[in-house]
Design a protein around this ligand. Structure first.
Ligand SMILES: NC(=O)c1ccc[n+]([C@@H]2O[C@H](COP(=O)([O-])OP(=O)(O)OC[C@H]3O[C@@H](n4cnc5c(N)ncnc54)[C@H](O)[C@@H]3O)[C@@H](O)[C@H]2O)c1
Ligand SMILES: CC(C)[C@H](C(=O)O)[C@@H](O)C(=O)O
Ligand SMILES: [Mg+2]
Length: 369
């Protein structure tokens, strides 16, 4: 299979975790004779430094023509000062909006080998298998006006706007996903305060008529954030608006033991997608070969599955991650008492070894049969 993949390294640990993603894809293409063509584009702080624009037209053009996009992470202290009006994050928000990637899928699983790496008790997290579906191109992130006003700029305004269509399409996507899983959907909002949330609830109730086999519940976001660490195994699919989804997914990452473990897929209806880990550019560990590359590598698996329909290849990556963790290898962000701490590159090497072993073994088995 021939596919064009746009590679956006970004900032901080972005390039470090991305080298893992590309090497893993090369290993997969060697095993299965795929032709993955990698083309790099600038985004974020690196793009600001190079051409003063966090999303240059050339990058947007490249992404529009690609079959899928991989992104490391953007941002960092260099571009953080409040006097900076051009920020790396604007590049990320714009690419999501321009490409219409409205549904952001953030799966959260408890990995058995990491069960003691979580700050939560084993019995609370051991059966967790949930999926956060975050609306990605609306809400407070994009509402206008968003500005400072007043003679002394002492008034700040952000605007939370949703229209029915924007809610309908992401809710429908969440119902479809729930139908393929354990058939439970929790819609998270703040309907006791926000008008947009009351409309969100109406839409969820209306769309639910098309999915009578899916059980629906509504939960207020403050309560949901508590339930997520009280009894996280109660959740199957969570659907929520942009900002709530951002916050809840970082919170949920602690079920796995590290923010570095979570992958994500940002999709539109035709399944063209941008794939990136949930974490940021981690300036505190950037450039030290310490970053956990697994969130990025698991995002590659999501890309193979959702955008390319390569289930088998995706499963091999996921199995390899599990195998390497089971063998006791982990990066320093995971608080695992036993096992061996490895660097970013060593972790990537282990995953690639495991992919190659997996293929070699399945080759032998096929020969036998
Ligand atoms: N998608 C993105 O590009 C994205 C996402 C979140 C934050 N950011 C940006 O990243 C910058 C830093 O933000 P932050 O510090 O609040 O969040 P962060 O996710 O970068 O880091 C939070 C903490 O988690 C750790 N961490 C994150 N990913 C890790 C990994 N793969 N391996 C090991 N440890 C990891 C970091 O070392 C840090 O201690 C900001 O500029 C923010 O805007 C970008
Ligand atoms: C960097 C930032 C704009 C981004 C977001 O808030 O969407 C990040 O936190 C994420 O989770 O992808
Ligand atoms: Mg976030």
């Amino acid at each position: 299979m021939k596919k064009r993949i746009a590679i956006l390294l970004g900032d901080g640990i972005g390039p470090e975790v991305m080298q893992g993603a590309v090497r893993v894809l090369q290993a997969i293409s060697d095993c299965f004779q795929h032709d993955f063509i990698f083309e790099q584009g600038l985004i974020g702080g690196a793009a600001i430094d190079e051409c003063g624009n966090p999303l240059p037209d050339t990058t947007l053009d490249l992404c529009s023509k690609s079959d899928a996009i991989l992104l490391g992470a953007v941002g960092g202290p260099k571009w953080d000062s409040t006097t900076h009006t051009i920020r790396p994050e604007q590049g990320l928000l714009r690419i999501r909006k321009e490409l219409g990637l409205f549904a952001n899928l953030r799966p959260v699983n408890a990995y058995q080998p990491l069960i003691h790496a979580s700050t939560l008790k084993k019995e609370v997290i051991e059966h967790v298998d949930l999926l956060i579906v975050r609306e990605l191109t609306g809400g407070l992130y994009f509402g206008k006006p968003s500005e400072r006003r007043g003679v002394n700029k002492d008034l700040a305004i952000d605007t939370l706007v949703y229209n029915v269509k924007e809610i309908e399409r992401v809710v429908d996507k969440a119902f479809q996903l729930a139908r393929k899983r354990r058939k439970k959907l929790t819609s998270v909002d703040k309907a006791n305060v926000l008008e947009s949330s009351r409309m969100w609830r109406e839409v969820v109730n209306r769309v639910s008529a098309n999915y009578p086999d899916v059980q629906v519940e509504h939960m207020l976001v403050d309560s949901a954030s508590m339930q997520l660490i009280y009894r996280p195994e109660q959740f199957d699919v969570i659907v929520t608006e942009n900002l709530f989804g951002d916050i809840l997914s970082d919170e949920a990452s602690m079920i796995t033991g590290s923010l570095g473990m979570l992958p994500s897929a940002s999709l539109r209806s035709d399944m063209v997608g941008l794939y990136e880990p949930v974490h940021g550019s981690a300036p505190d560990i950037a450039g030290k070969n310490l970053a956990n590359p697994l969130g990025m590598i698991l995002s590659v698996a999501l890309m193979l599955k959702f955008s390319f329909g390569l289930e088998k290849e995706a499963n091999i990556i996921e199995e390899s991650v599990m195998k390497v963790l089971t063998d006791g290898f982990h990066t320093g962000d995971l608080n695992v008492q036993q096992g061996t701490q490895v660097s970013t590159t060593e972790m990537v090497n282990k995953i690639i070894d495991s992919i190659n072993e997996n293929q070699a073994t399945s080759g032998i088995l096929t020969a036998y049969i």
